[in-house]
Write a protein that binds this ligand. Structure first.
Ligand SMILES: [Zn+2]
Length: 159
């Protein structure tokens, strides 16, 4: 809708759900004004991935430090590609160590650092960011809700 209305010209999708962003990549593959980036678990669903504009596949047990290193390195590259009018950020929490499906073993602190890294990066670049919760397959619902809340807690600090 934003593209059709001419409200934006360049859209970046940052998909950090543990599952590769195959649906987004498929929907937007013929839309040159939208650029898709997915960083995900190499061995997580889907087995047959649909290529994003940039994909980073991470091995099982990646953990906070390596995960944040990769993310911190790619964000400036993504920012340098174009002048983005808006970023859509899928903040999937199924990267967490206690997630039933995820394999990347992030901690709560790792998740918080991830949200700070993403949000601060684009806010400093003066690019509007729309964050959405995603992924999260824990039967401990209060713990899962607390993980989803991190996105909003961090975003509120930049409001
Ligand atoms: Zn997922």
């Amino acid at each position: 809708v934003l593209l059709a209305e001419g409200a934006v010209e360049n859209i970046l999708v940052v998909d950090l759900d543990v599952h590769q962003g195959d649906g987004t990549a498929d929907i937007l593959k013929d839309e040159p004004r939208a650029f898709t980036f997915s960083m995900h678990g190499e061995r997580n669903y889907p087995a047959r991935k649909i290529a994003s504009d940039v994909d980073i596949a991470l091995p099982d047990g990646t953990g906070d430090a390596a995960y944040l290193d990769r993310l911190g390195a790619i964000l400036p590259e993504l920012c340098a590609r174009r002048r983005w009018d808006i970023v859509f950020y899928n903040a999937g929490v199924d990267v967490h160590a206690e997630d039933r499906l995820g394999r990347l073993t992030l901690t709560d602190n790792g998740l918080r650092s991830r949200e700070e890294l993403v949000i601060s990066h684009f806010r400093k670049a003066d690019v509007p960011l729309c964050g959405v919760i995603g992924g999260g397959y824990s039967s401990d619902v209060p713990a899962l809700a607390a993980r989803h809340a991190i996105l909003f807690e961090v975003a509120a600090a930049y409001a």
